[in-house]
Design a protein around this ligand. Structure first.
Ligand SMILES: *Cc1c(COP(=O)(O)O)cnc(C)c1O
Length: 406
């Protein structure tokens, strides 16, 4: 039996809504996008939500609207995918890479502190540039397990930095300080902007799509303006009943608007977001129980003070107990038809960041040592018992075959 890495969970409701959208004759930004935005804002408890065609677009518009530019630096985790750092480069600013926590893989705020000191003292690679002014931090909630928001906000305030969350994995997700504290949902006006992804394999999908949420009305207006060529009237105004040919260009904007076809899918995915999260969590509980006795595998952390979105089920191989490396382990999984991935090769180990900014392994020791061990297993709401058993049996088999004897 082959097990895919991911399979989107789409129902007749999504299909019907798309068909109805196509029949309506209104394909691009319109009433469905507005409905999706309002529903999403309510779901996370944000004052404003701007629908966009990707999370990358949301990140770009967030930091552009905050005024990021050349000569400035942003703290970015090295443990993330391309989008988080490239948007900083779009604006001519410099990502200063920060190491991760060994267990959660989330950005390590102690290392962020060190990186700021090193930057000020000229101890980071010269190729980053001289006299960079740190202005913001762009953390990722890896896999959907949220960072400590109190610590994050205290850190940002202490250093006078804005916070833009790359929340691509963190819907629906929540955080609380302790059992007595109230829950705070990811995206709930906590940071300057929170950016979500509806890419095909994310927790809810629109095929391609994203959302920026904020409590700041001016930022929301600015992002909306920039999302459609910097036109004075928003997409609704341009395409809707109030449409006019006599718009004004206020800024050199971008083409980042979400379509009604995509939003049609999103509206129904949103309605089932918590149901799908629970389905993933149930699969995780089965994985945890079935794999607890496999000593070659370290299971992912959880926390009573988090609602984990469980976007990813990210294990770590105990390589000291195995006679094979991650590459050979991956090949064994492939031969058994078990989909898997790695989140991620850290940014400092990619040619662009290594060559342009001279990042070395010893600048980011934790990510450097954990990355050869990480592996992401299939996890999705419609994963069947047989599929889960296939993955578990496959892992047990590989570990038994390649465990170090003695
Ligand atoms: C998927 C992802 C993104 C980008 O999302 P898109 O919607 O594909 O642009 C950004 N950051 C992280 C951490 C992601 O996993």
């Amino acid at each position: 039996m082959n097990v895919p890495f991911f399979r989107p969970d789409l129902t007749e409701a999504e299909i019907e809504e798309v068909a109805q959208t196509l029949r309506s004759g209104w394909l691009t930004t319109g009433p469905k996008v507005r409905r999706f935005e309002e529903g999403f804002a309510a779901a996370v408890g944000a004052d404003h939500a701007v629908g966009l065609n990707s999370c990358t677009a949301a990140l770009h518009l967030a930091i552009a609207s905050l005024g990021l530019g050349p000569g400035q630096a942003v703290l970015v985790p090295t443990m993330t995918m391309a989008a988080t750092a490239e948007v900083v480069r779009y604006l001519g600013a410099v990502p200063v890479l920060v190491d991760c926590e060994p267990d959660t893989l989330n950005l390590d705020l102690d290392d962020a502190e060190r990186k700021l000191e090193d930057l000020a003292a000229g101890r980071l690679p010269e190729s980053l540039g001289r006299n960079l002014e740190p202005v913001g931090i762009l953390p990722v909630h890896v896999g959907g397990l949220m960072m400590d928001l109190d610590r994050l906000q205290a850190f940002a305030q202490r250093h006078d930095l804005w916070v833009v969350e790359d929340a691509a994995h963190a819907f629906p997700a929540a955080w609380r300080r302790n059992a007595e504290s109230p829950w705070r949902r990811c995206g709930e006006n906590t940071s300057a902007v929170s950016c979500f992804s509806f890419y095909a394999n994310k927790t809810i999908t629109t095929g391609e799509g994203g959302m920026a949420t904020t409590g700041d009305e001016e930022l929301a207006k600015r992002m909306r303006l920039l999302s459609l060529h910097g036109l004075s009237a928003d997409a609704w105004g341009r395409f809707g009943a109030k449409a006019s040919w006599d718009y004004r260009i206020i800024a050199p904007g971008y083409k980042y608007n979400l379509t009604d076809i995509a939003a049609a899918i999103g509206i129904h995915q949103l309605a089932r977001a918590e149901e799908m999260r629970r389905a993933r969590q149930a699969r995780v509980e089965e994985y945890m129980e079935a794999l607890a006795s496999v000593e070659e595998i370290e299971l992912p952390p959880d926390d009573d003070n988090r609602i984990h979105s469980w976007h990813l089920f990210l294990i770590k191989l105990r390589l000291e107990r195995l006679s094979i490396d991650r590459k050979a382990f991956s090949e064994e999984l492939r031969q058994r038809g078990i989909g898997h991935s790695v989140h991620w090769r850290p940014l400092h180990r990619h040619p662009y960041y290594a060559k342009t900014f001279s990042w070395r392994e010893d600048h980011l020791p934790v990510a450097s040592s954990v990355w050869p061990r990480i592996l992401t297993l299939p996890l999705f709401p419609t994963m069947s018992r047989d599929e889960l058993t296939t993955v578990v049996e496959g892992l047990r088999d590989i570990c038994a075959k390649h465990c170090k004897k003695g």
